[in-house]
Ligand binder design. Structure first.
Ligand code: DC
Length: 221
């Protein structure tokens, strides 16, 4: 199977770009952040203190069922049989995902699932540690990034278009905090794999970024 790893910070456009590239290549697209979000939601629903690693770990019992299914080619997340694909997108679920992703037992729990998916499918997997930890032998590795200001600008526009009134400086501060947390955690921190191709999309638009990534993948598979 051909595996492509795309890692990078929040807001770099990984999911949009990876989804389009996968469709073009006939690969499946796997969003690994959704797995952490689902475990985060499970912890919230169980009333756990997400800041306590021991409490988070106590959710990982035989009763917990985190499933990734493909429906019409789209990834859906199921928690104990319930489709939670939309529920994992709330700000609370984002916070919980970030907290549980720093717990080693959670990463170990999700590791096998990610490996199995990669073994069985031609796929583009996006995350933070795919090229470094999950798929160190991926055929193509891309580290997709953009300056904090460029990412904040895109996020700010998105929120304004949704009619939300937000302050640009707050959006930027949030991006900087997430970057810091993601790259300074003790386990599987966000970092570029040595053999990854660095793509900086700060000064190029979405269409151009998609084309760039597709070309890099095609040249390397
Ligand atoms: O990409 P996202 O925002 O959906 O990710 C949610 C959280 O999960 C984020 O805090 C980073 C974490 N994550 C991770 O630690 N490792 C991955 N492979 C993917 C996401």
């Amino acid at each position: 199977m051909i595996n492509v790893a795309i890692d990078g910070p929040a807001g770099a456009g990984k999911s949009t770009i990876a989804r389009k590239a996968a469709a073009e290549l006939g690969f499946i697209y796997i969003d690994t952040g959704a797995l952490y979000r689902t475990v985060g939601l499970a912890a919230l629903r169980a009333g756990k203190d997400i800041k306590s690693p021991a409490e988070v770990e106590s959710v990982l019992t035989d009763e917990l069922c985190v499933e990734l299914r493909f429906e019409n080619g789209e990834q859906r997340m199921y928690l104990n049989g319930e489709d939670v694909s939309e529920k994992i997108r709330t700000p609370e679920a984002s916070m919980a995902a970030s907290a549980v992703s720093a717990v080693p037992a959670v990463r170990a729990y999700l590791f096998d699932l990610q490996k199995k998916l990669a073994r069985e499918n031609n796929c583009i997997m996006d995350g933070r540690d795919i090229g470094t930890v999950v798929l160190p032998d991926a055929k193509v590795k891309i580290f997709l990034t953009a300056s904090p200001e460029a990412r904040a600008e895109r996020r700010y526009k998105e929120l304004c278009e949704k009619g939300m009134s937000v302050d640009f400086e707050d959006v930027l501060a949030d991006i900087n905090k997430r970057d810091y947390d993601d790259s300074h955690r003790a386990i599987a921190p966000l970092k570029q794999a040595e053999d990854a191709v660095l793509c900086d999309t700060s000064n190029i638009g979405l269409e151009e970024s998609i084309e760039l990534i597709i070309n890099i993948i095609k040249e390397n598979i």
